[in-house]
Design a protein around this ligand. Structure first.
Ligand SMILES: Cc1cc2nc3c(=O)[nH]c(=O)nc-3n(C[C@H](O)[C@H](O)[C@H](O)COP(=O)(O)OP(=O)(O)OC[C@H]3O[C@@H](n4cnc5c(N)ncnc54)[C@H](O)[C@@H]3O)c2cc1C
Length: 416
């Protein structure tokens, strides 16, 4: 195999999921010369619940995609289900965020955003895998990429590299990132089913998923309507339970499908294929996120919200924050400007995610999980508040999300 060398770009972005495409969009929009490499070809599948909260919608609208989004299935809030009770909780009014979400397959969504980055001026190279970083004088200068169809390797050189290669993040690992194993990790599985309730305006969460012994687990089962004849069905679990290692997620998923309300008509007959799963690195558990000549964003940085397992909005947001820091570094020819990215992450999520991590440790105990959910399901007001905290949707005039979360966790623990 021959290796050719490309001219030097301003930025190379590795991976065109939500974090990479958002980062490439904002950098291209600011006029920088950006190359975005994606090892697969769009449209491609990505295992996900496909749920977009108001936070994610806001980011997509900021990237100029409001009209495109309007063609997908819009919903108004969350139906929480547990212990025979149900509460329909509308997304709250918020001065900066819409009061609705969407459910969009990642096959459609990621293609849309990658194309948006391309239209803004980023060069999108699909079927191109960043195999290894190019490191010179202790600093990243680009990547050796393998182009699948042409069967050759090439060096793409850049002043800065943004690592957005997702939860497995092989490229990030090659640059020295690792996950803090003391912090919680999520694991989830999802499949598609045909359902007569595919067009409902609510996403549904079941907060009482159980293991084989009937113990309530820290996690939830979901049914998210896609509006195209199908629903996305899944289960997510946290590693904080001491039974984590013993839980077979495939069995858990099968049990959830069997016990879900029959009106959804989930069965082998309506299944669109075997479920697939993935890991959810959360609470900024992966780092370092700033290194010589590079930044790490999205799942590669463990940016998922531990409270609810939502990662798309945080992938867009961290990609955008990284674009600001890289833009500063380029404009002022100052590598030191990259450090502002970590400060921005800490400012926006640091304390909130620390409280979230404490919360997920707490619900690792089955009695407490049961008591908290049982208590919450008896109070609409409490659950509305909990939803706003967990989805990070507090208004700016309210106390900060971290403090609110802390108070909520403390109040719930007292009640329980
Ligand atoms: C089962 C499950 C359900 C979930 N449900 C939801 C949900 O409903 N809502 C929500 O908000 N979040 C959900 N999440 C989390 C969400 O999927 C992630 O947080 C989100 O995809 C992170 O985006 P990302 O851009 O960081 O990474 P990814 O989406 O993983 O994108 C990474 C991209 O990089 C490419 N890539 C990887 N390596 C290379 C390389 N070396 N060179 C070139 N390209 C490369 C990959 O092909 C991929 O396209 C769920 C996760 C799972 C596993």
């Amino acid at each position: 195999m021959s290796t050719s060398v490309d001219r030097r770009h301003d930025v190379l972005v590795v991976g065109a999921g939500p974090s990479g495409s958002a980062c490439a969009y904002w950098l291209a929009d600011a006029g920088y010369d950006v190359t975005l490499v994606e090892r697969k070809r769009f449209p491609r599948e990505k295992t996900c619940g496909d749920g977009l909260t108001p936070r994610a919608v806001r980011q997509l609208e900021d990237m100029g995609l409001a009209q495109e989004l309007a063609g997908f299935h819009r919903y108004d809030g969350l139906r929480a289900m547990a212990f025979g009770r149900q509460l329909e909780l509308a997304w709250p009014d918020h001065p900066d965020l819409p009061a609705h979400g969407y459910v969009v397959t990642r096959r459609d969504l990621d293609h849309l955003v990658a194309e948006r980055a391309q239209k803004a001026g980023a060069a999108l190279r699909q079927g191109t895998e960043a195999a290894a970083p190019v490191i010179e004088d202790g600093r990243v200068r680009g990547a050796v990429v393998a182009t699948r169809d042409a069967g050759r390797t090439e060096q793409i050189r850049s002043r800065y590299v943004v690592v957005s290669d997702g939860a497995n993040s092989r490229f990030g690992r090659a640059l020295g990132t690792s996950r803090d194993r003391g912090l919680a990790l999520g694991m989830a599985l999802r499949g598609y089913y045909r359902s007569p309730r595919h067009a409902e305006p609510w996403i549904e969460s079941h907060l009482d998923v159980r293991d084989r012994t009937g113990q309530v687990l820290p996690g939830y089962g979901w049914i998210f309507p896609l509006g195209d004849g199908r629903v996305n069905v899944g289960v997510g679990l946290l590693s904080t339970s001491d039974r984590w290692a013993g839980v077979n997620t495939t069995e858990l998923m099968a049990a959830f499908v069997d016990t879900a309300p029959s009106s959804w008509e989930l069965s082998r007959a309506t299944s669109c294929g075997a479920p697939t799963g993935g890991r959810l690195p959360m609470g900024l558990s992966v780092g370092p996120r700033v290194g010589p000549g590079h930044l790490v964003v999205g799942d590669a940085a463990g940016s998922i919200n531990p409270f609810n397992g939502e990662g798309i909005a945080y992938a867009y947001e961290t990609g955008r924050l990284a674009a600001v820091a890289v833009g500063e570094a380029l404009a002022n020819d100052d590598d030191g400007a990259l450090r502002a990215y970590e400060s921005a992450l800490q400012h926006r999520y640091g304390l909130y995610y620390r409280v979230a991590q404490a919360f997920v440790q707490l619900i690792g105990r089955p009695q407490l999980m049961r008591a908290l959910v049982g208590t919450g399901m008896h109070s609409r007001t409490l659950m509305e508040w909990v939803l706003r905290i967990m989805a990070n949707l507090l208004r700016p005039d309210e106390i900060g999300p971290a403090e609110a979360a802390y108070r909520a966790v403390a109040a719930l623990a007292r009640l329980a």
